[in-house]
Design a protein around this ligand. Structure first.
Ligand SMILES: [Zn+2]
Ligand SMILES: [Zn+2]
Length: 190
């Protein structure tokens, strides 16, 4: 028996902090944005300028609509952790901000009646200001580890963090190296 076999090792999927739009998940995000615009154009019978997309947001926010830049930024970690809810709720939520800006300009409140109406009538969704999984899911993943992959960070739960402190080791699926502790994101766990 080799020494290594005495160490329980489990795999942790890698979470990318920045996702390429050319990745499979990036392409699914992009096509969801496109289908939101298709719905809006059928509803309003006019065309809207397509926004630039980035999947590079960090922290607790799932998405941000940058109105003047006509740009949407999404959170790569939350997208990977909650794909279905993310595509079905966060994407229309942020697209509705851009549509409201295009339709009504700067005089409206961000989550006011105009935005709510787009959510309900165009996307058939209940207009809620925040994404239910934001804090709940992200809060569990406040323990940041790193490996040998460039630009990758592994977000672990407190439970896993404590297992590591107790001697368990995890390896990255991509580089096959042990994870080592980086920092506690106090922003996420408090
Ligand atoms: Zn919003
Ligand atoms: Zn790695």
């Amino acid at each position: 028996m080799s020494n290594a076999s005495n160490v329980p090792i489990s795999n942790v999927p890698t979470l990318d902090l920045v996702l390429s739009l050319q990745s499979e998940l990036g392409l699914r995000l992009h096509s969801k944005v496109v289908s939101c615009y298709t719905l809006a154009e059928q509803y309003y019978l006019k065309s809207f300028p397509r926004p630039a997309l980035l999947i590079n947001l960090r922290g607790l926010s799932a998405g941000v609509a940058e109105l003047q830049k006509n740009r949407l930024r999404f959170n790569a970690v939350l997208l990977q952790e909650n794909e279905r809810a993310f595509l079905n709720e966060v994407v229309p939520h942020e697209v509705a901000h851009l549509l409201a800006w295009q339709l009504y300009g700067r005089s409206i409140r961000p989550h006011g009646v105009e935005w709510q109406q787009i959510m309900q009538q165009v996307f058939q969704l209940t207009p809620t200001r925040t994404h239910a999984f934001d804090v709940k899911r992200a809060a569990k993943l406040g323990y940041k580890y790193t490996c040998h992959c460039k630009g990758k960070e592994h977000a672990l739960t407190l439970k896993r963090h404590n297992l590591i402190k107790g001697g368990r080791q995890y390896i990255c699926l991509a580089c096959k190296r042990h994870l080592y502790f980086l920092k506690v994101d106090s922003h996420l766990i408090n």
